[in-house]
Design a protein around this ligand. Structure first.
Ligand code: F3S
Length: 284
């Protein structure tokens, strides 16, 4: 089978950087307890492998009280300011692997909110990155997930609004939401904080999906950026499959299929992409 693998598939810069920080800690501090605050990436395989190397995942700030002190790695999504402060207060050595692009958003919302602007975060409520961004706003912030929510939004006190976005948000949806705010005549300052890695991955996925007969999207089932990739590919190619590892791949391809496309979310390690690619190349 002919296979076309997206160049942008797999770990992005921020995830790669966070992973390297974890591996560096495993090497340098083998005698210490090492934790990550939440799974370092949305990939069960990788998290399992790290667990075997002694890295424990903590899921809540309350857990900090119950475990021996050690090194605590903040993942690329970042955390709210008060969470960061509490970690340090609890006596952990924090290694901040927040992606610099996410850190940039923290700095923007902190500055803009301290100057009196209202912050609107375009993103998925409840996503750790969005919660983290929210936690750097010095005043109240609002989260907008959809055009419907944007239409309903009321800027009651007519304050100036600073709009930022979750790094992994769909660019077209972001544009549509911003347009609604513009039409409402609000005084807005828009900072497009969508990460290029996501945009590039989405554009490339769309292009490949439009060209191939079947498409495979690899990524964790909890990874929102992978789910978005899947949605995009499905729009272009009905025969799109979402898998986490090669084991999930139960493809039955009709004879007419000549070209299979592969892309993967930001938390998919290269070896899994390779495995899937080789399998499809050889077995179909
Ligand atoms: Fe950072 Fe962009 Fe990845 S924000 S974590 S490089 S998707």
């Amino acid at each position: 089978m002919e296979v076309k693998v997206a160049k942008s598939a797999g770990f992005c810069f921020g995830v790669e950087r966070a992973m390297q920080k974890v591996y560096a800690q495993i090497e340098e501090n083998a005698d210490k307890k090492i934790y990550t605050f939440g799974p370092i990436i949305h990939n069960d395989e990788v998290v399992k492998e790290l667990e075997e190397k002694g890295v424990t995942v903590l899921h809540s700030i309350e857990e900090l009280e119950k475990v021996p002190k050690g090194i605590l790695i903040i993942r690329s999504h970042g955390v709210a300011k008060d969470i960061y402060d509490r970690m340090e207060k609890a006596g952990f050595t924090c290694i901040d692997a927040t992606c610099p692009f996410v850190k940039r958003i923290h700095n923007i919302v902190r500055k803009e909110s301290s100057e009196g602007k209202k912050i609107v975060i375009v993103g998925n409520a409840g996503h750790p990155e969005v919660e983290g961004i929210r936690g750097w706003c010095e005043t109240q912030s609002d989260i907008i997930e959809s055009e419907e929510e944007a239409l309903q939004y009321q800027n009651a006190d007519d304050r100036e609004i600073c709009i930022v976005s979750q790094t992994t948000f769909n660019y077209n949806k972001f544009k549509d939401i911003v347009e609604i705010f513009q039409k409402k005549g609000y005084d807005i300052n828009v900072v497009n904080t969508i990460c290029n890695a996501t945009e590039e991955r989405q554009t490339e996925a769309r292009e490949i999906a439009a060209e191939v007969d079947a498409m495979i999207v690899i990524g964790g089932t909890h990874s929102s950026n992978t789910r978005k990739l899947y949605e995009i590919c499905k729009q272009e190619c009905e025969n799109t499959h979402f898998i986490q590892t090669l084991d999930d791949l139960h493809l039955e391809l009709p004879k007419s299929v000549r070209l299979v496309g592969i892309t993967a979310g930001a938390s998919t390690p290269n070896n899994i992409i390779e495995e899937v690619q080789n399998y499809v190349r050889i077995n179909f």
